[in-house]
Design a protein around this ligand. Structure first.
Ligand SMILES: C[S@@+](CC[C@H](N)C(=O)[O-])C[C@H]1O[C@@H](n2cnc3c(N)ncnc32)[C@H](O)[C@@H]1O
Length: 276
C-alpha cells in the first residue's frame, strides 16, 4: 500500500473513533492534520533517527529509514493515541512498554500541545529483558522473538525528541510491580509491554484500580491473545477495535475502551470469561 491508502485507512479509523466518542469527525481529523503539519515534531524525530543510527548502529524498525517525511509512516496506533490525548486532555497518562519510544513520542506530543498533563511510562532495561529470556523466567509472548532487543548503551525511549521530555516520568521496572505503587488516578492507559495472555491479564488487573471513572484504555496487539476481550467481558465493557493502516499490515490490532461508555450497559459482551 502507498502512503495515500495509509492515510485513507487512518481517516476511516478516526471516523469510527469519532462515532464511538460521539464527537464530530472534523474534530478528530483536525488533530490528525495537526500532527501531520507539526514540523518541529518530525524534525525532532529525524534528528534522533540520525543520531541513533550513526552513534549506535541501530537500524531496526523505523530506524531503517534515512528520513521520515510524514507521520503517516507510523502505525495507526500512534495517530490514535495522539488524537486521544488531544481530545481527552488527560492530566495523568500511564504507558507500559516503551522500547524506542514511538508511542511515547506521540503521547508526549499531545501533552505538549495540550500544555498540561504527565505521562508515566514503565519499561524494563534491555539487559533485564535479555536475562529474563535466557533464564526462561519472563512471561513473554512467543511471537515477540528478538524483535525488541537493542544494545545496553541505549535507554528506553531513544527516539523521543528532548523538547518533549518535560511532561515525562520514566520508571524503570516490571509494570506488574510498578503500577500498584503509583498513586495517580490515570485518565488514559496504554498497554504495549508483553502481550502474552497471562501477562496482559495481570497488567490489566493491576491497572484497573488505578483508572479514573471516565478513563480510556488502549491495548496494542489485541490479536495476540484473548486477554483484552476477557478484560472487556469481566468488566462488561464495550470496546471499539481498529486495524492498522496497511503500511505493514491490516490486522485488527488496537482495542480502545472507555470505561464509562454508554454502550457498556447496552451492548456489553455476555457469557463466560474468554478462554486463552
Ligand atoms: C512492543 S515493545 C514496545 C514498543 C513501544 N511502545 C514503541 O512504540 O516503540 C514492548 C516493550 O515492553 C517491554 N516489556 C516487556 N516486558 C515488560 C515488563 N514486564 N514490564 C515493563 N515493560 C516490559 C519491553 O522491554 C519492550 O520495550
Amino acid at each position: 500500500m502507498d502512503i495515500i491508502d495509509t492515510r485513507k485507512c487512518n481517516l476511516w479509523n478516526l471516523d469510527r473513533l469519532a462515532d464511538y466518542l460521539a464527537v464530530g469527525p472534523d474534530i478528530l481529523r483536525g488533530y490528525y492534520d495537526e500532527i501531520l503539519e507539526d514540523g518541529q515534531f518530525l524534525a525532532g524525530i529525524n534528528a534522533r533517527l540520525t543520531k541513533v543510527r550513526e552513534e549506535y548502529g541501530f537500524t531496526k524498525a523505523i530506524f531503517a529509514r534515512d528520513k521520515i517525511d510524514s507521520a503517516d509512516w507510523f502505525a495507526f496506533e500512534r495517530i490514535l493515541i495522539y488524537v486521544l490525548v488531544r481530545h481527552l486532555k488527560p492530566e495523568a497518562v500511564l504507558e507500559t512498554g516503551v522500547y524506542y519510544g514511538g508511542n511515547t513520542s506521540f503521547l508526549l506530543a499531545g501533552l505538549h500541545r495540550n500544555g498540561k498533563g504527565r505521562l508515566v511510562s514503565i519499561d524494563l532495561p534491555d539487559s533485564a529483558i535479555r536475562a529474563g529470556v535466557s533464564a526462561g523466567t519472563a512471561l513473554r509472548h512467543p511471537l515477540v522473538g528478538d524483535s525488541e532487543l537493542y544494545q545496553s548503551t541505549l535507554k528506553p525511549g531513544f527516539i523521543i525528541p528532548d523538547y518533549l521530555k518535560q511532561h515525562w516520568d520514566f520508571v524503570e521496572g516490571n509494570s506488574l510491580e510498578v503500577i500498584p505503587t503509583r498513586r495517580e488516578t490515570f485518565d488514559l492507559y496504554l498497554h504495549d509491554s508483553d502481550h502474552s495472555m497471562d501477562f496482559l491479564t495481570a497488567e490489566l488487573d493491576a491497572a484497573w484500580p488505578r483508572l479514573g471513572a471516565g478513563a480510556t484504555v488502549v491495548v496494542d496487539d489485541i490479536d495476540w491473545s484473548n486477554a483484552f476481550f476477557s478484560f472487556c467481558v469481566t468488566h462488561q465493557l464495550s470496546p471499539v477495535l481498529f486495524t492498522d493502516n496497511g503500511k505493514d499490515n491490516l490486522r485488527v490490532r488496537s482495542g480502545v475502551v472507555k470505561v464509562d461508555h454508554p454502550r457498556n450497559r447496552e451492548r456489553a459482551f455476555t457469557g463466560a470469561k474468554a478462554a486463552s
